[in-house]
Design a protein around this ligand. Structure first.
Ligand code: NAD
Ligand code: IPM
Ligand code: MN
Length: 367
């Protein structure tokens, strides 16, 4: 049977809790669709700091290099916030992994299933068909990685600085990903920038207009990021695909997650180039949310973002699209059947209130 290799990095907080459930779901689709994943589980983030003093040990990078894809949980938490920023879980493990593997395209599908619209804080008449927007976030550039970055004394005062920087080639490649995605969907692309203030955004907008010529069927429009944040809650139904730089995408994708009901529902795929001679990508797959220290250890986190991330891994990195479709369908079914973790529960009598494990059990039963 077909065998694939994946690196499994559960990380911190709710990471291990939701990872366990996504691996059970993988077991089930492997049995059903006749393939196997060889899983190399490694430490990352705070868990790795505690074990080895480093958030991204060499063995973890090696496991990722040998794999077809990475399934990632989440990293970080109050325990490690006092460490020097460079070795904290986020800046010492997550960002270096993205950079090391050139994962410049972060796809975050914000989907609110019609039966979950009541869990969305957006007025339900504004999302008559639910909500289905793909956020394409640039992931290896911008103010996250630009230099100079740091802190020094200037004119006798402590001063900190970051640099938002984009090369035209970096903008072109992420725009091509977004236009291509729009071609496969509703053919509407909104490019989000701050071209009224930022030089990098002026280049971003010019480049978007240029790349649009390669995709004449796609209707391109531009929004300033502040207006985009507002329009997402004012007319959520009018968006199809949204493309933006790293920091704006970080912020807008959390907003989109909430419109979809909860951060616990939003998966993500971080992709680089295609593998040689193949239509598949090396990628890292993780929930868009974090380690949720406020609910960690209680067995109440929503595992769906992690489970849907595993489905994206099957689709984009392993070519197991039937298994991916089956997971998506099973998740939709349990939502329709009323299964609700705390983050998406509204207290309605028809809801079946469940914890992390029971939600996964319901998804397994639906499979
Ligand atoms: P967070 O995403 O961890 O949590 C924000 C809110 O969403 C919390 O109330 C949390 O309970 C809720 N939430 C998130 N996922 C949920 C789920 N699956 N089910 C139910 N509720 C869920 O953001 P934060 O609190 O700002 O950050 C906590 C830590 O996570 C920080 O150290 C941060 O840097 C880190 N973080 C890591 C990642 C990652 O590893 N990819 C992403 C975001 C934040
Ligand atoms: C995300 C997270 C990360 C980001 C943090 C933890 C570095 O918020 O994946 O959205 O900002 O990219
Ligand atoms: Mn984020």
């Amino acid at each position: 049977s077909r065998t694939h290799r994946i690196a499994v990095l559960a990380g911190d907080g709710i990471g291990p809790e939701v990872m366990t459930e996504s691996l059970r779901v993988l077991d089930a689709v492997e049995a059903k669709f006749g393939f196997t994943t060889e899983r190399n589980e490694q430490l990352v983030g705070g868990a790795a700091i505690d074990a080895s003093g480093h958030p991204l040990p060499p063995a973890t990078v090696e496991a990722c290099e040998q794999a077809d894809a990475i399934l990632f949980g989440s990293v970080g938490g109050p325990k490690w916030e006092g460490l020097p920023p460079e070795i904290q879980p986020e800046r010492g493990a997550l960002l270096p992994l993205r950079k090391h593997f050139g994962l410049f395209a972060n796809l975050r599908p914000g989907v609110c299933l019609p039966s979950l619209t009541h869990a969305s804080p957006v007025k339900n008449e504004l999302i008559p068909h639910g909500f289905d927007v793909l956020c394409v976030r640039e992931l290896t550039g911008g103010v996250y990685f630009g230099t100079p970055k740091g802190r020094e004394v200037r004119e006798g005062e402590v001063t900190a600085f970051d640099t938002m920087v984009y090369k035209v080639s970096e903008i072109e490649r992420i725009l091509r990903v977004a236009f291509t995605a729009a071609m496969g969907r509703g053919k509407k692309l909104v490019s989000v920038d701050k071209a009224n203030v930022l030089a990098s955004s002026v280049l971003w907008r010019e480049t978007a207009v240029e790349i649009a010529k390669e995709f004449p069927e796609v209707e391109l429009s531009h929004l300033y990021v502040d207006n985009a944040a507002m329009q997402l809650v004012r007319r959520p139904d009018s968006f199809d695909v949204l493309v933006t730089e790293n920091l704006f995408g970080d912020i807008l994708s959390d907003e989109m997650a909430m419109i979809s009901g909860s951060l616990g529902m939003l998966p993500s795929a971080s992709l680089g180039g295609k593998k040689e001679g193949s239509d598949l990508y090396f990628g890292m797959y993780e929930p868009s949310g974090g380690s949720a220290p406020d609910i960690a250890g209680q067995g109440i986190a929503n595992p769906i973002a992690q489970i849907l991330s595993a489905a994206m891994l099957l689709r984009y990195s392993l070519g197991e699209s039937k298994a991916a479709d089956a997971i998506d369908a099973a998740v939709a079914r349990v939502i329709d059947e009323g299964y609700r973790t705390g983050d998406i529960a509204t207290g309605a009598a028809s809801e079946k209130k469940v914890g992390t494990r029971e939600m996964a059990d319901a998804i397994l039963a639906a499979l």
